[in-house]
Design a protein around this ligand. Structure first.
Ligand code: FAD
Length: 305
């Protein structure tokens, strides 16, 4: 029904029905989406958004799924830019700076390593963070060494009425793992422009490789997880330390487990369901509140019915 109607409008791209969207997330749990829509260009994205708005149909924008947990009861409609919005180009280059425009579905790691290789400085703090550029911008992804906002020049967004806007840095409000746009409540990121400085490529590549080695030694990077499950609380110990001190390292519910390597990582150790992860999350929240009177807030986006 939805597919037929959208196809009748100006739309290029893919529309799939009954897709196990959970398998498209890093947790690799199960959860069906009624519709999985991959618009091929901005016009088609706008067509879809307008159509969904007119039908009063909610939707979720999925990037790489590295920070998303989908309920096992499924979700209505998922829109993804990963397949068709993945190009990037250098807009301007002088002796000191470059401007690079990147579509939202491009992989952050591809861009980070490209920039390190070329000697463009600014993205090394994000080396090793999986996912798409759109997801990284929406989450203001980063580490203690820096976040993506610090190199953002502007973003291309579409509001939930299907209108395009180019938003300059001054109109972007970024905070820890969050990014908002002045005057636009809900938006889809279609792309962004980053401003990077030029530096010595050899030194940058060396630094990037060191960071990757460090990450691999401190995090369970080979396991099915979404990285840190909780945000670090303000003016307190890091969430992982609180979870570890609460004695929860290694704690399991079903196939979900608090990682032995990093206590802020919940991993899908043994074919777990989303509800196992949610139960474990709730147990962690309860214990950390009881022991330290700290309320942990999830960084991972939990979506679906
Ligand atoms: C091993 C591991 C290590 C990690 N380390 C870090 C780290 O050091 N720092 C860090 O910040 N994160 C880290 N993460 C988390 C994750 O990689 C980041 O949050 C990443 O930016 C998510 O990108 P994604 O494309 O996978 O987003 P998704 O999980 O697909 O989406 C996350 C959120 O962004 C929204 N979104 C995605 N694309 C768009 C778009 N185009 N327009 C509008 N909204 C969009 C989604 O709706 C959702 O709300 C780690 C994850 C793993 C698995």
């Amino acid at each position: 029904m939805l597919e037929k109607e959208i196809r009748r409008l100006e739309f290029k791209g893919n529309i799939s029905t009954n897709i196990n969207i959970g398998k498209k997330t890093a947790f690799k749990t199960s959860g069906m989406a009624n519709y999985f829509i991959e618009p091929a260009d901005k016009k088609s994205l706008s067509t879809v958004i307008r159509y969904l708005k007119d039908c009063n149909e909610s939707f979720f924008v999925l990037g790489g799924g590295y920070n998303t947990l989908v309920s096992e009861n499924g979700i209505n409609t998922v829109v993804s830019l990963k397949k068709f919005f993945n190009k990037f180009e250098i807009l301007e280059k002088n002796n000191n700076e470059i401007l690079i425009n990147i579509q939202a579905g491009a992989l952050l790691q591809k861009i980070c390593w490209f920039c390190a290789f070329k000697g463009f400085i600014g993205l090394n703090p994000l080396i090793g963070i999986p996912g798409t550029i759109g997801g990284a911008v929406f989450m203001n992804a980063g580490t203690k060494d820096g976040d993506i906002f610090s190199v953002l020049e502007e973003i291309d967004v579409m509001d939930y009425k299907g209108e395009n806007f180019r938003v300059k840095k001054n109109d972007i409000i970024a905070s820890y793992r969050e990014l908002k746009v002045k005057n636009i409540k809900d938006f889809i990121i279609a792309g962004c422009t980053l401003k990077l400085k030029k530096n010595n490529a050899k030194a940058l590549m060396k630094e990037a490789k060191n960071q990757m080695t460090k990450r691999k030694s401190l995090q369970p990077v080979k396991e099915k997880s979404c990285g840190c499950f909780f945000k670090n609380p303000v003016n307190n110990s890091p969430a992982g330390m609180l979870i570890e001190k609460a004695g929860l390292k290694g704690k399991k519910i079903g196939g979900a487990k608090v990682s032995e390597i990093h206590a802020n990582f919940i991993v899908n150790e043994n074919n777990c369901s989303a509800s196992h992860i949610i139960e474990l999350k709730e147990l962690i929240e309860k214990e950390v509140k009881k022991k330290f009177n700290v309320i942990l807030e999830p960084e991972v986006k939990i979506v679906g019915r």
